[in-house]
Design a protein around this ligand. Structure first.
Ligand code: ATP
Ligand code: MG
Length: 205
């Protein structure tokens, strides 16, 4: 089975700025620098055939590139326990539009809908149970956080491998967004790489 999700990759300078925030949190599982991403839709475990359908359907999504920024931090809490700390990305029309297009595309190939409302964020760390005052202190100390706006020129179908040392996210397909002016170093890097052939799915079809 393939554990899949659709997300935006982040430029290198944004990822390294986020990595520099790491500090003072016993028990935190910090997200590895290469793993920072903005999830657009979690897909879950699917077989090779569904993965091919998903990849093909996503290829028909045609949307323009756009800019994003990071304007603060927040956390997810369940039953008074902080589970995740994240950087907040203000939603703009283009982002919401792309997210809806991806939702519709995945609905049409039978991927179950996420029940929670889309809340654009970049997870920085996960916890078993972090005290809220400590998290708030971190947020105060780390604010304001400014990386400036950055271009998004593609979205990515990732495959996730859950390991004891932390997950590995492997880009399976990178889909360019429209817009001739958009430079997307991440996409160029992907296109130039030879490692990312679509081997497994081809073998299955
Ligand atoms: P781990 O599960 O080991 O903490 P992870 O959550 O980063 O690692 P995955 O569970 O494969 O790895 O998740 C991949 C991405 O999808 C992450 O951004 C995660 O937050 C998001 N995600 C995972 N499960 C769901 C879900 N049920 N609904 C929405 N998003 C999800
Ligand atoms: Mg998870």
């Amino acid at each position: 089975m393939n554990r899949l999700f659709v997300a935006l990759a982040l430029p290198e300078h944004v990822r390294s700025a986020l990595t520099r925030l790491r500090r003072g949190f016993p028990g935190a599982r910090w997200v590895a620098e290469e793993n920072f991403h903005l999830t657009l839709r979690f897909i879950g475990e699917v077989d090779n055939r569904s993965m091919d359908d998903i990849a093909e359907r996503l290829d028909r999504v045609r949307e323009p590139g756009f800019d994003l920024e990071i304007d603060g931090f927040g956390c997810f809490e369940t039953k008074g326990k902080v589970r995740a700390l994240w950087a907040r990305v203000p939603a703009n029309e283009e982002l919401l539009h792309l997210q809806r297009k991806i939702d519709t595309a995945l609905d049409s190939v039978g991927v179950p809908r996420e029940t929670r409302k889309f809340k654009p964020h970049i997870t920085l760390a996960r916890f078993k149970d972090a005290p809220l005052d400590r998290v708030n202190h971190f947020i105060c100390e780390s604010s304001p956080f400014r990386v400036g706006s950055f271009p998004v020129g593609s979205f990515t179908l990732y495959r996730s491998f859950l390991n004891r040392d932390g997950p590995i996210y492997r880009p399976e397909v990178v889909y360019p967004l429209d817009g001739g002016d958009f430079s997307d170093p991440y996409f160029d890097e992907f296109r130039d790489g030879e490692d990312y052939e679509f081997e497994e799915s081809e073998a299955a079809s």
